[in-house]
Design a binder for this molecule. Structure first.
Ligand code: SF4
Ligand code: SF4
Length: 66
């Protein structure tokens, strides 16, 4: 089952820690974090780095939101 990273931009403080944690280059920092979904492999490494809990993994396949 594929895991999909969810970025809650309202919760994001724009610190950039997640981008440093991501070996895939899937998180860039603009004013806030920007997720590049094509690069994300759902490893979850970025989640532990986020001080505000803005990142989470779900087991929904991407694009299958209710
Ligand atoms: S889940 Fe892994 S690949 Fe995806 S953005 Fe986070 S660190 Fe990068
Ligand atoms: S680590 Fe969390 S708060 Fe910091 S830029 Fe990434 S998503 Fe935003």
């Amino acid at each position: 089952m594929s895991m999909t990273l969810h970025l809650d931009t309202d919760a994001c403080a724009g610190c950039g820690c997640c981008g440093e944690a991501c070996a895939q280059g899937a998180l860039e920092l603009a004013e806030k974090a920007v997720l590049i979904e094509e690069y994300c492999i759902g490893c979850g490494a970025c989640i532990e780095m986020c001080p505000t809990g803005a990142l989470s993994l779900t087991n929904h396949h991407r694009g299958v939101n209710p």
